[in-house]
Design a protein around this ligand. Sequence first.
Ligand SMILES: N[C@@H](CCC(=O)N[C@@H](CS)C(=O)NCC(=O)O)C(=O)O
Length: 208
Amino acid sequence: MILIGQYDSPFVRRVAIALNLYGLAFEHRPWSVFGDADRIAPFNPLRRVPTLILEDGETLIESAAILDALDDRVGEARALIPARGPPRRRVLKICALGAGLADKAVSLVYERAVHARATPAWVERCQAQIRATLDALEAERAAGAGPWWFGADLTHADIMVACALRFLGEAHGATFDLASWPALAAHAAGCEATPVFQRHVQPFHVTP
Ligand SMILES: N[C@@H](CCC(=O)N[C@@H](CS)C(=O)NCC(=O)O)C(=O)O
């Protein structure tokens, strides 16, 4: 398998960390969505990452769809999400909040780096969405005492939120100080202290 994309993307990073936890080997192509767009295009017309090329040449796009396929491949016992019912839905909801927060943080980066000038109304909207989502996630994480979000087993929820928080801190640390969300800060610190999170990391930078 070949994973395309840089680890400063929270979406690429969540896939790399999951691949490691599944014990699946992969090659990494740290291509930039801007500088290497022409290299990405043959595999993904959207020129977005993560893009995962399977052994038979099939190409998967969208981190959630990629992870769904990989969970299916490794089977229920090794999947990083419960197979069905309310436990599965709860993990998916936290993942959606984490991914949405990351989307908004990425959007703010593009507002700064790509647009000739930022649109204040859009910046304010994104910031408000991020803040409210941090509040919601903080309340959920503070309510759970386990080492991981849903108790003893690490799930995609742990990975997605931690990757989103790292990206937020690196790209917008001056606006969002995690000290205001202590349960999330502790969650991020716990994840980032593990070898698998440390293995897949790249300082954030953007060059459109
Ligand atoms: N929903 C997508 C989001 C992926 C995403 O936003 N990737 C960014 C890099 S962090 C990207 O490809 N940006 C280039 C673009 O959207 O044109 C996923 O989960 O895979």
